[in-house]
Ligand binder design. Structure first.
Ligand code: ADP
Ligand code: MG
Length: 619
């Protein structure tokens, strides 16, 4: 029983496998273990679990959210929530809002790195053959409400984040903005199980973004086209074949998998200003399925149609109609397979298996600043892709050790980490090539770039960092120098963590020795200052200080004290004061990061959930 994370009695709504069976509600004992949610019949008299009634594999969960209670709900059904997975929604009712919150938070933590997390959901129940929120009559119908927090960006009035709403990718923008996945060797830990195509049913995918091959081994992708996956070379690069028989590697985060009949996608057509609907279908005896493409046409009255005789004044109406009627299409449009509103993500590395970059392919455009290792420049790779180039001053870095480590770092990929693209090591100085973030360093951004801080904006920055760090924590990777100066801000205002693990390769005693003048004393917990004991809990301490930097808009921590005083005072219990812009709840998160005992500090996973809760309450 030691592995049970949470256990609770809930009322569970039946999942109605047969359309005709009536709904029922039964009390079940739910247990949440590491990767599994199970529910049992319970013998109240004996106080014992009886038979296991069902389990949900947490890996398959796509969404966990509250549900609005039914009209005139009885008192025991006032706090429902939903767990969406392959079988559809599982509805459970908690006794109190507190319990519901606790479970939703814990479940979200457990599933946060799942593939296929939904970006939209239904805030009301599916009942009597329709969604009560949007009146759609297809159980698989895509959700009608955008999940505010997942996976990127939120919208809120007056917030800078408005501009962060993902935009549809345009070919030019996408190439610059999508980081590439990391190259395959030397995973820091085994990758999550990737889909393994088998010869009998090859996995088919459709490209969501255009990808221009970056190396000879890569295969280009055209939006809406179908590809067969031949080999899952790594989590991030898959070998694929296009319809012409060309083979090569593609970034796995640029494609979507088609599974069932009727999956569809609306995309830009090859003709400017036109749209195409791509539908996946298994009709015609084709068990593997294939894609059919239909151009959305306009008639003389300016109405839209896919099949003649069915005209509509706008595209959403046309789609809605074809969700219920094939009317000439190979299948009716049953479920949407992609969120076409997301901008293209970065790939890990500049092409499959590439981490050594040819310096002749780099053009330096302007100097961005300089740091511990020397000058950093903005430039282009192959004249097209934005990159930042760190030119490592000779003698400033333990180069061989770093070059070895770079292969591991390339595999770290997260929307809140600055992506390492590769290195140039055949010349001196060596270069480190990374994703470029146009708004520069977070510390400067806080000091000069924010006029009237909105509470949501500051909290979003904390959330960005906590999520990037939760990922590093999940990979058992320590940052060792987390601070606002080591975070960067992109054009949309997203904050990303950079320079993770780099401090290990600095050749400068002033920086590496805790008594040195450049050591990050102000960001270090007592156990680092006294015994050089680094852990992800020392990163958590630094995160608390970074939150403090955010809420003071870039003040220097303990500004009146020198390093020697800080070591002495912090070890005897001195803590940073509450910044004016931080309320008590926010300050209590910082204070939790500064617990004397490392083991009593929260994990990044918990921090990310706490910050998320605060954001919910602000909305
Ligand atoms: P170092 O790690 O050598 O100390 P920094 O990472 O601090 O150097 O870089 C120096 C400056 O260059 C930063 O303050 C920032 O303004 C700019 N910079 C560094 N990397 C990037 C990047 N990827 N995108 C945009 N600006 C960057
Ligand atoms: Mg730095």
């Amino acid at each position: 029983m030691a592995d049970i994370v949470l256990e609770e009695f809930f009322i569970k709504r039946s999942q109605q496998k047969k359309k005709t069976s009536p709904l029922n509600y039964k009390e079940r004992l739910f247990t949440l273990k590491q990767r599994q949610l199970s529910y049992y019949d319970y013998d109240a008299e004996k106080g014992k679990k009886k038979s296991l009634k069902g389990t949900v594999d947490l890996e398959k969960v796509k969404c966990v959210e509250k549900v609005l209670p039914e009209a005139n709900a009885p008192p025991e059904r006032l706090f429902p929530f939903q767990i969406i997975y392959d079988e559809g929604p599982l509805y459970v009712f908690a006794k109190t809002d507190e319990i519901r919150k606790q479970w939703i938070r814990k479940l979200k933590e457990e599933v946060q790195y799942n593939k296929d997390l939904l970006q939209k959901y239904h805030p009301c129940f599916w009942a009597d053959g329709l969604w009560l929120c949007c009146q759609q009559e297809v159980k698989q119908a895509v959700g009608c409400k955008v999940l505010e927090m997942r996976p990127r960006g939120i919208s809120s009035q007056n917030s800078r984040r408005k501009s962060r709403k993902p935009l549809p990718p345009t070919p030019s923008e996408e190439k610059a903005s999508r980081p590439l996945p990391p190259q395959p060797q030397a995973q820091p830990q085994p990758p999550p199980p990737a889909p393994q195509p088998t010869s009998s049913s090859a996995m088919k995918v459709i490209a969501q973004y255009e990808y221009t091959p970056m190396t000879e081994q890569d295969l280009g992708l055209e939006v809406g086209e179908e590809y067969v996956i031949l080999e899952v070379a790594s989590t991030n690069w898959w070998k694929a074949r296009d319809k012409y028989g060309n083979e090569g590697y593609i970034p796995s985060n640029y494609v979507m998998e088609f599974r069932d009949d009727g999956g569809f996608l609306v995309r830009d057509s090859s003709k400017a200003g036109k749209y195409t609907v791509s539908v996946f279908t298994k009709v015609g005896g084709n068990t593997n399925g294939s894609c059919r493409h239909y151009n959305i046409c306009t008639n003389q009255q300016g109405q839209f149609y896919l099949a003649e005789k069915h005209n509509f004044s706008n595209i959403p109406e046309l789609i809605k109609y074809h969700q219920h009627n094939a009317a000439g299409l190979a299948s009716r449009l049953k479920y949407i397979v992609s969120n076409t509103t997301q901008s293209a993500p970065s790939t890990a590395g500049l092409g499959y298996g590439v981490w050594e970059i040819d310096p002749q392919h780099l053009t330096c455009i302007k100097e961005l600043g300089s740091g511990q290792f020397g000058v950093v420049k903005y430039g282009k790779w192959q004249g097209r892709h934005d990159v930042a180039i760190k030119m490592i001053k000779e003698g400033s870095m333990s180069e061989d050790d770093f070059i070895n480590e770079a292969k591991v770092m390339m595999n770290l990929q997260h929307p809140n980490l600055v992506q390492l693209y590769g290195v140039c090591t055949k010349q001196r100085p060596i270069y480190i090539v990374t994703e470029y973030l146009s708004n520069g360093c977070l510390l400067d951004f806080l000091r000069d770039g924010i006029k009237n801080p909105h509470p949501v904006q500051l909290l979003e920055m904390c959330k960005d960092v906590s999520e990037g760090m939760a990922y590093l924590e999940s990979q058992q990777y320590l940052h060792r120098d987390l601070a606002a100066r080591n975070c960067l801000v992109d054009s949309q205002g997203t904050v990303k963590v950079t320079d993770f693990g780099l401090s290990r390769y600095v050749l400068d005693d002033e920086y590496t020795s805790s008594a040195g003048s450049k050591f990050p004393v102000r960001w270090s917990p007592p156990e680092v200052l006294l015994y050089c004991k680094f852990s992800s809990k020392s990163d958590v301490w630094a995160f608390g200080v970074l939150m403090w930097e955010i809420y003071t808009l870039g003040k220097m921590p303990y500004e009146r004290l020198n390093n020697t005083d800080i070591v002495q005072k912090v070890s005897s219990g001195l803590r940073l004061y509450r910044p004016q812009l931080a309320n008590e709840r926010i300050y209590s998160i910082m204070m939790a990061c500064w617990n004397d005992k490392p083991e009593d500090r929260p994990t990044f996973q918990e921090l990310a959930a706490n910050v998320q809760d605060l954001l919910y309450d602000l909305q």
